[in-house]
Write a protein that binds this ligand. Structure first.
Ligand SMILES: Nc1nc2c(ncn2[C@@H]2O[C@H](COP(=O)(O)OP(=O)(O)O)[C@@H](O)[C@H]2O)c(=O)[nH]1
Ligand SMILES: [Mg+2]
Length: 111
């Protein structure tokens, strides 16, 4: 889907980027996609929430290890955007209330 994302950048105020936390083999590809989004001119003003999904599943790597592996603290420090992260399970509903709060807060400061 990555190649068609730019057609959605116009008027995009918030960006939710989901990482599959149960499958670290996809992590480097996710990181490349994320860096592409963060450097896109059309998304310079967007607020970004990076979701680590599927935390209900067992994994040989912790979310902290995954963040460290892609140097997420450095990415956040260098990005133009305001970036938050959350750990969720879309399956169990874990963390979803926090995502809704983030959306509310983001749109409150927008208007
Ligand atoms: N256990 C679990 N399964 C999930 C979660 N979110 C999505 N899924 C399941 O993951 C499957 C979709 O695969 P996914 O890797 O998310 O999508 P894709 O990579 O775009 O194919 C579906 O069967 C969903 O029900 C979650 O938080 N926990
Ligand atoms: Mg998948």
């Amino acid at each position: 889907m990555g190649p068609i994302w730019p057609s959605y950048y116009g008027n995009c105020h918030s960006l939710l980027f989901m990482v599959d936390a149960a499958n670290p083999t996809q992590l480097s590809a996710s990181c490349v996609q994320l860096l592409g989004l963060l450097s896109a001119e059309g998304l310079a003003e967007a607020s970004v929430l990076i979701l680590f999904n599927k935390i209900d599943l067992p994994c040989y790597m912790t979310v902290e290890e995954m963040k460290s592996l892609i140097r997420l603290p450095d990415i956040i420090a260098c990005a133009k955007q305001n970036i938050s992260t959350a750990e969720i399970s879309a399956h169990k509903g874990t963390g979803l209330a926090g995502v809704l709060h983030w959306l509310q807060d983001t749109h409150r400061t927008d208007s």
